[in-house]
Design a protein around this ligand. Structure first.
Ligand SMILES: Cc1cc2nc3c(=O)[nH]c(=O)nc-3n(C[C@H](O)[C@H](O)[C@H](O)COP(=O)(O)OP(=O)(O)OC[C@H]3O[C@@H](n4cnc5c(N)ncnc54)[C@H](O)[C@@H]3O)c2cc1C
Length: 285
């Protein structure tokens, strides 16, 4: 399990990293936590001739608050998110999601930027960022741009990122009084979602849902937003029947995958159950 040979570059600035990426754009990979890239390189499923380790670029490993938004730097690890007091107070969906990722070794090394950029269809962060209506900050040869999470993921391990662009951070709102939850069904061996559901509900004082946002992972070739389910919850009192009916629509128009973890029928059923559970858990908080 030894990777092929490659040239290693460890820049100290984003500009140097992007220049190196642009110079080698056909055969280069960014290294963050290495928890997805290194296994692929060791199995020779990925054989980049050039590797840019962005771990020493300053300013990418902080969690900060700006007005009503929170910004998590791309190099922030799953563990930092899990233990952040700021996020526990201002956006508990993030720490809750982090606790479900893999094991402590992976959480200590793996980063949110790497996970988002990798666009694994069973990764947990894509579901959470969709439920939070997050924006992804990207830096490339033309400077900085922000991409809405709904536009970011294109398919299996594919995103809108160009080979010479770097994810530098993720911005999402303080969730305040909104009710949130993350529910995931996953085999113990990997922790990767067979279905993973992130929910954010705005509720008014009469118990009516004013806004529903849901992200689902593990079910299709990319994480997605079940728009029909969101619509069926919005403007309603969330009794058991409403929740069940809305959850049953959560795989509508989705090509549900099948693999060693289950058939597409099983996965769709599991998703309906987990959407209902996640809504109920959020309401109970
Ligand atoms: C045993 C095991 C179990 C796991 N279980 C889970 C799980 O339950 N849930 C889950 O969500 N994940 C899981 N993972 C994946 C883990 O969360 C990784 O941390 C994550 O997928 C990638 O983050 P990374 O920082 O390690 O990225 P890397 O492995 O360094 O990079 C991954 C890919 O993204 C690119 N990349 C990295 N950073 C950037 C950036 N800032 N900008 C642009 N491109 C970039 C790389 O070039 C590479 O193609 C597991 C991994 C392992 C090894």
């Amino acid at each position: 399990m030894i990777p092929g040979s490659f040239e290693y570059f460890s820049p100290r600035s984003l500009a140097d990293a992007v220049k190196y990426l642009a110079d080698h754009r056909d055969d280069v990979k960014i290294l963050s936590g290495g928890q997805s890239l290194l296994p692929l390189m060791k199995m020779r499923l990925s054989k980049p001739a050039y590797v840019v380790d962005i771990g020493r670029i300053p300013g990418l490993a902080a969690i900060s608050e700006l007005d009503d938004s929170l910004i998590v730097g791309a190099l922030v690890t799953h563990e930092q998110i899990e233990s952040s007091e700021l996020l526990k107070a201002k956006c508990p969906l993030m720490p809750q999601t982090a606790t479900t990722i893999a094991d402590v070794q992976v959480r200590n090394r793996g980063t949110i930027g790497g996970s988002i950029a990798h666009a694994d269809p069973a990764g947990d962060w894509p579901a959470a960022v969709i439920a939070l209506d997050a924006e992804i900050r990207v830096f490339g040869p033309s400077g900085e741009r922000w991409v809405k999470c709904d536009d970011f993921f294109l398919g299996l391990l594919m995103s809108v990122l160009e080979p010479d662009e770097i994810v530098t951070g993720i911005k999402f709102p303080v969730t305040g009084g909104d009710k949130t939850a993350y529910q995931k069904a996953a085999p113990r061996s990997s922790g990767f979602a067979v279905t993973g559901v992130a929910v954010r509900l705005g509720m008014d004082s009469t118990g009516t849902c004013t806004r529903a946002a849901i992200g689902i992972t593990g079910v299709a070739d990319k994480a997605y937003r079940p728009e029909r389910t969101e619509q069926m919850l919005t403007g309603k009192k969330l009794d058991a029947t409403t929740i069940e009916q809305a959850a049953a629509e959560s795989t509508r128009n989705i090509e549900v995958i099948e693999d060693i973890n289950g058939s597409s029928e099983y996965r769709a059923h599991l998703t309906h159950v987990y959407v209902a559970r996640a809504i109920q858990e959020a309401l109970n908080r």
